[in-house]
Design a protein around this ligand. Structure first.
Ligand SMILES: Cc1ncc(COP(=O)(O)O)c(C=O)c1O
Ligand SMILES: [Zn+2]
Length: 411
């Protein structure tokens, strides 16, 4: 077992070797990975910069011994968004476009780490409870690495998110229930089958993959932390590990210790953490029946919800929500203005960003990064083509001239 990293309890600090335990033996608290760094500052920066154009360039800060995944996960574009920025009154807005990962969401990052770990620990099957994107990412990673995959999803997920994992060759178990019910079922299955549930059995490793979004963002900004990051929240793992990534970047002397304010974004129809933030509570009240078009964020009892509350406050950020109409409007705005087609989870992020800018929580000169974590081609049903953008004609030029007179031409 590697000495380069080990596990530590987030509750009581107990230390463990890096094996497949996922809860503390003393207090049942969640475990996280801690690293012994070989180098810091310039030396580490040079190692990273000479690495692959993928998440594996951050290998010294990832719990993997020898990457074997042939896929290109991560190193996605950080796109400057001046048109959208002008609309929102923000002069330094960047979009982290994670819609272009191998299975079209940021979940490829977390799964790349967990699937690799499953191989290292000798598992033959990887599995997950998913709100949709994770299922696709698990199935795709299993196909790349020669593993079997079994994915559990609520039967209400979007059609494309149901189809994709079957195409990659996974077995898809559609459960009549909410995500939280699927999750409970999987906890029981994990006890009786020798399968690596990526977001359960291997959770301490899995969540480490979410750090790479901020690692890349900081490097793409020439090694600086943004002033504000807007992050979609479902289980809260991406949020909590963005905070961990910021700490690690500072500890490794890769960036100056600027304070990055972390803002969480939830859909109004499933916003337990935003509601608790609003009421000044330390603990959220679970949402029993989520009602939102943002299915990938529909987790009523997020595992890391209370940690998100604490970390958003500590960082000077907040957790807010946006309704379905604002989500759809945001999807259309970023598609038309910046050429990125996102799914509702990222629509939530953008609608919450607009609200934070409007309310002054994010200021005009802040360097702001919004995480766009999922691709809109998986959820086309939420943005049907407007009639006035479609013209059906015969195949002759005069058919076209009649249907599309010069007067209609867009200047
Ligand atoms: C597209 C997308 N964005 C964000 C999230 C939130 O991730 P987390 O569960 O780490 O909060 C998910 C989770 O499924 C997702 O699918
Ligand atoms: Zn403990």
């Amino acid at each position: 077992m590697s000495q380069r990293y080990s596990l530590r309890c987030r509750g009581c600090g107990a230390a463990y070797p890096a094996d497949d335990r996922h809860a503390c033996e003393r207090c049942l608290g969640p475990l996280e990975v801690v690293y012994e760094l070989d180098g810091r500052g310039d030396a580490l920066r040079r190692t990273i910069e000479s690495g692959d154009g993928s998440i594996w360039r951050y290998w010294p800060l990832l719990p993997i011994d020898e990457p074997r995944d042939p896929g290109q996960v991560g190193w996605t574009p950080l796109q400057r968004a001046d048109r959208l920025g002008r609309q929102l009154g923000l002069r330094n807005l960047f979009l982290k476009n994670d819609t272009v990962n191998p299975s079209f969401s940021f979940k490829d990052r977390v799964v790349a780490i967990a699937a690799q770990k499953a191989l290292e620990l000798g598992y033959g099957t990887i599995a997950c409870a998913s709100t949709g994107n994770l299922a696709g990412a698990v199935a795709a990673a299993a196909a790349r690495l020669g593993l079997e995959a079994v994915v559990f999803v609520p039967s209400t997920i979007e059609p494309a998110k149901l189809t994709a994992p079957t195409v990659y060759g996974a077995k898809v178990v559609e459960v009549d229930g909410t995500y939280d019910e699927v999750n409970r079922l999987c906890a029981q299955v994990a006890d009786e089958r020798h399968w690596a549930f990526v977001n359960f059995t291997l959770r301490p490793y899995y969540v480490e993959g979410s750090k790479t979004l901020l690692f890349e963002t900081a490097e793409q900004l020439e090694w600086r932390l943004p002033d504000a990051v807007v992050i979609p929240v479902a289980s809260g793992a991406l949020f909590v590990n963005t905070a961990k990534a910021a700490r690690e970047l500072v500890d490794a002397e890769l960036v100056r210790p600027l304070r990055a304010r972390l803002f969480g974004a939830q859909p109004e129809g499933c916003a337990p953490v935003a509601a608790a933030f609003d009421h000044g509570e330390d603990h959220y009240v679970p949402v029993r029946t989520p009602r939102t078009i943002a299915h990938s964020l529909a987790i009523g009892a997020p595992a890391d919800g209370n940690a998100v509350l604490a970390l958003s406050r500590d960082s000077g950020g907040a957790v807010v929500s946006a309704d379905d109409d604002a989500i759809v409007a945001a999807i259309r705005t970023v598609a038309e203005g910046e050429g990125i087609f996102v799914e509702p989870a990222a629509g939530v992020t953008l609608a919450c960003l607009a609200r934070l800018a409007r309310e002054g929580a994010i200021e005009p000169d802040d360097l702001v990064v919004a995480y766009l974590t999922g691709n809109g081609f998986k959820t086309p049903e939420v943005v049907p083509a407007p009639e006035d953008r479609r013209i059906r004609i015969g195949a002759r030029l005069d058919d076209f001239e009649r249907a599309f007179p010069q007067a209609l031409e867009v200047a």
